[in-house]
Design a protein around this ligand. Structure first.
Ligand code: ARG
Length: 471
């Protein structure tokens, strides 16, 4: 007879039902939170006078012993006891005797697992926040070091306008900054305690839900027992934040793949973050970036699983919610492993500044600046755009770059262009410096953004503490 079946069911479950029913191989990961929640619940029961102080002390001692057995690896997880909750309660009762049976007073596994999950996600996602910050800081450090490195900015992956590497790196950083805010925001919202909600409609015992919530580092108790036990949007929000983060890491990964190709040659990954081939001796592959793209694919699937899991759930707990754990565990694991590897790869890679600078000389990158030059002389932009477009076509047919056209051709196109070259309209370095406006790539602006980024990340660290407390 299994623990979770009680007296209602006479016969054991079929093997097929047991295989479907059991989740302990997955949810045993929640054991720390489960024991922490149980200790707070036992103390709450005693404070409310539902169990004696001595019983609470006994339960706490027993739960701590269970914890140390699990920690030491001597705990025997038993699939027939369904899940982490029943496994721990069963062992507790072996240790402390019948008093172990008092622990579940006024509680259901429905409010228990909802509490465990919130505790677990809060702790693990706080590590993700830290790793996002670490990666962002690694990127900002590279931006500082590469402040003089010029490179093209791309649209459609075609060279578009002259820019600087540190400006590009700060674009990566901006994504991460928003990822951090989004995840923190989700964590603040989930930081409420379901205990006391019972199976669905609370409990008749006079539990002090506020005190238990406080014991567990929550800001307060959840406000509705039906919602608290049967909703997982707190997981969806974290999952959505992590899936978006995954997409962002994947985009950065994609750039590293492209940039490390022989065709681009903008970066060389360090050996530490490269792999070779089992067949081709010459190979140095950017697997770090490709695996991160792969983790993002999983993250998107995990988010989808969580969304679909709940879409047809009537109010109140449904057993399919048990399937929420695999995706959220996978999301957190994927985020942590990706963030750490990417931070290391970025900190140790080498940028090829010469290659990046050289890329500015092919692709008529000064076309916009030449049009702007004409605009400054009074020509309407649309007309200037057309004129320069024709010059690019002329350059292409001659097999030269826009800046290589001779002065006679330029003057023939417009007298206004006679001093274009001497005025620096073709100089990519000057073109970057002309983009001297907030959010632009001029040296001064990028230095400003670097300072601002450092300041914002410092503030973020404080924000996490103030919003989530000690946990
Ligand atoms: N293992 C279950 C889960 O993760 C615990 C709650 C079970 N509740 C129930 N009514 N069977 O969702």
């Amino acid at each position: 007879m299994t623990v979770a079946r009680g007296g209602r069911l006479k016969n054991d479950p079929s093997a097929a039902m047991q295989a479907l029913n059991t989740s302990v191989d997955v949810d045993q990961r929640l054991w720390r939170e489960d024991i922490r929640g149980s200790i707070a619940h036992a103390q709450g029961l005693a404070r409310a006078g539902v169990i004696s102080k001595e019983d609470a002390v006994t339960l706490e001692r027993g739960l701590k012993q269970v914890a140390s057995e699990i920690e030491q690896g001597t705990f025997a997880w038993d699939a027939s006891k369904e899940d982490v909750h029943m496994n721990i309660e069963a062992r507790l009762t072996e240790i402390v005797g019948a008093v172990g049976g008092k622990l579940h007073t006024g509680r259901s596994r429905n409010d228990q697992v909802a509490t465990d999950l919130r505790l677990w996600v809060r702790a693990e996602a706080t590590s993700v926040l830290q790793e996002i910050q670490n990666l962002a800081q690694a990127i900002v450090a590279r931006a500082q070091g590469e402040i003089e490195t010029l490179m093209p900015a791309y649209t459609h992956l075609q060279r578009a306008q002259p820019s600087r590497l540190s400006h590009h790196l700060l674009a990566w950083q901006e994504l991460l900054f928003r990822d951090h805010q989004r995840l923190l925001d989700a964590l603040v919202r989930l930081n409420e305690c379901p205990l006391g909600s019972g199976a669905v409609a609370g409990t008749g015992f006079p539990l002090d839900r506020v005190a238990v919530a406080k014991d567990l580092g929550f800001t307060g108790p959840t406000r509705n027992s039906i919602d608290a036990t049967g909703s997982r949007d707190f997981l969806m929000e974290v999952a959505a934040s992590l899936a978006i983060l995954g997409v962002h890491l994947s985009r950065i990964g994609e750039e590293l793949v492209i940039w490390s190709s022989l065709e681009f040659g903008f970066v060389a990954l360090s050996d530490q973050y490269s792999t070779s081939s089992s067949m081709m001796p010459q190979k140095k592959n950017p697997d770090v970036a490709e695996l991160i793209r792969g983790k993002a694919a999983r993250a998107i699937g995990d988010l989808t699983s969580l969304l679909v899991l709940e879409k047809s759930l009537a109010f109140g707990y449904g057993r399919e919610l048990q399937e929420d754990k695999v995706p959220i565990f996978s999301l957190i694991d994927g985020a942590l492993v990706s963030l750490r590897a990417l931070a290391g790869a970025i900190a140790t890679l080498t940028f090829n500044a010469d290659k990046m600078r050289a890329a500015l000389n092919q692709g008529h990158l000064c076309a916009t600046d030449l049009a702007d030059f004409l605009v400054r002389k009074g020509m309407p932009f649309r007309q200037a755009h057309h004129l320069v477009g024709e010059l690019v076509r002329a350059a292409e047919s001659k097999g030269v770059q826009l800046h290589e056209l001779d002065d006679a051709t330029l003057s023939a196109a417009s007298v206004l262009l006679s001093d274009a070259r001497s005025s620096g309209a073709f100089d990519p370095a000057l073109a970057v410096e002309r983009r001297d406006l907030f959010g632009g790539p001029a040296r001064k602006q990028v230095l400003l953004q670097i300072d601002d980024a450092l300041k914002r990340w410092k503030e973020n660290a404080v924000l996490v503490k103030s919003k989530l407390g000690a946990g």
